[in-house]
Design a protein around this ligand. Structure first.
Ligand SMILES: Cc1cc2nc3c(=O)[nH]c(=O)nc-3n(C[C@H](O)[C@H](O)[C@H](O)COP(=O)(O)O)c2cc1C
Length: 230
């Protein structure tokens, strides 16, 4: 069975499961099960200005051993790819509004969230678990950067180039990395505003990272952002 088939079956099971529990979840601001998580609505305002975030952002590679909260995870994912407008428009721009990016949360120390790999679902502002267990060591090994495993969680950005290429052809080779850069910077600035820090990691073995994430065969890993407290 291919990785894509396994992933597809897990996702199908998750979607079916989500439909069954959706009414109960709607009553809770934040609820978690083994396979799907409805995240709390992100906050829309802050005392921390964009200018402050720009002024103080610095790559962070050393993290306190304290957990992230689910509310922080919610805010970070929303900042990167959250839905903010009609017809699915998001926090980050996308060529032709085709949205080639997929986000994975590699959770190892997040309060209220079992360790595992989760795919972010912008439409529901939720997570679907795609792998159980702490995969931080595998992700760090794929990067050959041991500090990556010390972050309580990382957000991996992958892209399905075909979504953009169907309209823009070879131009997608330019457009998709631009989109990753915009989304990653959104997350980085949001991290600063939350009192957290991150680093954009681009050095990793693509196949090893994809295996650690359990991402689909048509997805290209493009960036990894370990996040934590200073
Ligand atoms: C495309 C890209 C790839 C990067 N890859 C890594 C990486 O693999 N490991 C790492 O520690 N930092 C990585 N960085 C972070 C840079 O080293 C960092 O941004 C740079 O030293 C400037 O420091 P600052 O981010 O604190 O301003 C990467 C940054 C970019 C933009």
């Amino acid at each position: 069975m291919t990785t894509r088939n396994v992933h597809g079956q897990v996702l199908a099971a998750c979607v079916a499961g989500f439909a069954l529990v959706a009414p109960a979840l709607a009553q809770a601001q934040e609820a978690a099960t083994a396979r799907e998580v409805r995240l709390a609505a992100p906050r829309a305002t802050s005392e921390f200005s964009v200018e402050q975030a720009l002024r103080t952002r610095r790559s962070l590679r050393s993290f306190a051993p304290t957990p992230l909260t689910l509310a922080e995870v919610s805010q970070l994912l929303w900042a990167a790819q959250g839905i903010t407008g009609e017809r699915g428009r998001r926090t980050a721009p996308s060529a032709g509004a085709l949205y080639p990016l997929e986000l994975y949360l590699v959770a190892g120390n997040v309060t209220g969230l079992p360790s595992g790999v989760y795919r972010y679902r912008p439409a529901e502002h939720g997570l679907v678990q795609v792998a159980a267990g702490d995969r931080r060591a595998e992700v760090a090994a794929a990067c050959r950067q041991s500090w990556v495993a010390e972050a309580p969680a990382s957000v991996a950005f992958t892209a399905v180039y075909a979504r953009t290429a169907k309209k823009y052809g070879e131009r997608s080779v330019r457009y998709v990395p631009i989109e990753v850069g915009a989304a990653a910077e959104n997350l980085a600035l949001q991290a600063v505003a939350l009192g957290l820090g991150t680093t954009v990691v681009g050095a990793y073995d693509d196949a090893r990272l994809a295996a650690a994430l359990g991402s689909a065969a048509d997805e290209q890993p493009l960036a990894l952002l370990p996040v934590g407290r200073q």
